[in-house]
Design a protein around this ligand. Structure first.
Ligand SMILES: NC(=O)c1ccc[n+]([C@@H]2O[C@H](COP(=O)([O-])OP(=O)(O)OC[C@H]3O[C@@H](n4cnc5c(N)ncnc54)[C@H](OP(=O)(O)O)[C@@H]3O)[C@@H](O)[C@H]2O)c1
Length: 271
């Protein structure tokens, strides 16, 4: 079975829209960008479309590339204090003269849509309420909507980045899965993936997860986004796996669309 991420995302967007329509003041997202990186601009355009779809207000604060850290922090401070704004995004990468962690840490944790603030990371680690990073939340949402009970399931996560693998492992543990984290130094990777009920692959290498690494019972969640011969592809060998494994998310149309919807859901975390 191919898991339809678009359908899951649309259902979540519908839920968000209904919540927003019942609110007295429309929530607003503020996206801050320095310079004109083409992929960042196209991401922000796509986010604008998603904001419209869920009835959010949206602004792009476009600053020159040479903006100083001090001026950028001043803008963030203004957005932190604007009550209609429920979420702030700073587009990465930032130019070399700006310390990105100082910028991300300056966003108040309640408006940290990406869930990267140390306080939100700490809440996740301690199992407390807080904003969770979007991509791992999207993986969890997909698993929930697919009706998979994670309790006691063996889940292998390939990739240990701060934005995907590590937070995802914490969220899976919260749901009582048995989690194995794999990375570039893992020995005999296929021996781990083959015995897993669920394999999440977040490596950034096209066709990384091959048929000989999974079984017919595997559920594969493909987080990867790679350009291969001008086409967007994931980390799994989708053509070889789609008629073999139990369930798989495609790329595009899997984790990506759900991630965008989850981002806006994060903006509603604090009312
Ligand atoms: N769909 C979405 O919303 C979304 C969001 C974020 C990222 N992504 C995509 O997800 C992928 C991963 O992103 P990321 O930011 O997590 O990447 P990253 O920071 O580059 O991390 C990649 C991880 O893969 C591991 N790895 C690399 N080669 C490996 C190998 N041969 N065997 C096992 N593990 C290996 C690395 O291990 P070490 O730690 O040992 O180096 C690292 O932990 C990318 O394609 C990215 O574009 C998608």
């Amino acid at each position: 079975m191919i898991i339809d991420g678009k359908q899951i995302a649309n259902a979540l967007k519908q839920e968000i829209r209904e919540r927003v329509q019942a609110m007295a003041v429309k929530p607003k997202v503020s996206a801050i960008i320095l310079g004109e990186h083409p992929s960042s601009l196209s991401y922000l355009k796509m986010l604008e479309k998603t904001c419209k779809a869920v009835a959010f207000d949206y602004e792009i604060v476009s600053l020159p590339l040479e903006t100083t850290l001090e001026s950028l922090l001043k803008v963030i401070d203004e957005k932190n204090n604007e009550t209609q704004i429920k979420g702030i995004l700073v587009q990465l990468p930032l130019p070399a003269h700006i310390d990105a962690s100082k910028v991300l840490d300056a966003i108040v944790p309640e408006k940290d849509l990406d869930g990267f603030h140390p306080l939100n990371a700490g809440h996740l680690f301690k199992g407390e309420r807080g904003i969770r990073p979007c991509t791992p939340s999207a993986v969890m949402h997909i698993l929930a909507k697919t009706g998979i009970d994670l309790k006691g399931k063996d889940v292998v996560v390939i990739g240990r980045s701060n934005i995907v693998g590590k937070p995802l492992s914490m969220m899976l543990l919260e749901q009582n899965a048995t989690v194995t984290m794999c990375h570039s130094k893992t020995k005999a990777l296929a021996s781990h993936t083959k015995r897993a009920d669920i394999v999440v692959v977040a490596v950034g290498v096209p066709n990384f997860l091959t048929k000989d690494m999974v079984t017919e019972a595997s559920i594969v969640i493909d987080v990867g986004t790679n350009m291969l011969n001008g086409k967007l592809v994931g980390d799994a060998d989708f053509e070889a796996l789609k008629d073999y494994v139990n369930m798989i998310t495609p790329v595009p149309g899997g984790v990506g669309p759900v991630t965008n919807a989850v981002l806006l859901n994060n903006a509603l975390m604090n009312g």
